[in-house]
Write a protein that binds this ligand. Sequence first.
Ligand code: SAM
Ligand code: CA
Length: 229
Amino acid sequence: MASKGLLQTEELYKYILESSVFPREPEPLKELRDVTANHPRKLMATALDAGQIITMLLQLVNAKKTIEIGVFTGYSLLLTALSIPEDGKITAIDIDRDAYEIGLPIIKKAGVEHKINFVESEALPVLDQLLTDHENEGSYDYAFVDADKVNYWNYHERLLKLLKVGGIVVYDNTLWGGSVAKNENETPEFYRPGRHLTIEFNKQIAADSRVQISLAPFGDGITICKRIM
Ligand code: SAM
Ligand code: CA
């Protein structure tokens, strides 16, 4: 639940959660947070304020056919499954099935498991496989990318073929703890490789005329990207 320090103060982040996010958070998402709370990598879960705006985006674009890259215990996956219609689908890809299994009982209890096709794999070959079926081209409404930063541009190239014009992809962590706006020497060692990759990705996507973008300071920064051609 910790903020990534992008706002003026921790109190302000707490205020956003308490005044706006918690009162509207569906019960299954709360449960999923609870079962993730003891996980050593619990900080990987999607930020709650980012989750709230993503829920709205999913509904604004009437998302039905979707992709998620980077599932972990399933917070963003479950919010997607709760937001799309009964016959909506999510191809959810992660190299780690064990983390997914932690959230799975809650996903089942929420009655949305039938919308999810979990694929335990590196994401790139799965996207390439989807692209071998021409019916998939230009057919997806929405994608969420929250995995290995080194592949964000590779995902982008493939997702732009899979998304329909008007479809949306959201990239997570595009402010990388605020380090993108700091010098390398002010950046803790741990953040440095990700900082470099994120700065490069942000430059590339800003120069991509195929998409409309907004780098919005929810959570750790999300880039909302709409395919326009
Ligand atoms: N969106 C998740 C949530 O709301 O809890 C958090 C995802 S976590 C930040 C990143 C996930 O990406 C991890 O579960 C990791 O196993 C997965 N991952 C890392 N590299 C990957 C790759 N090359 N292909 C697929 N998944 C990958
Ligand atoms: Ca993330």
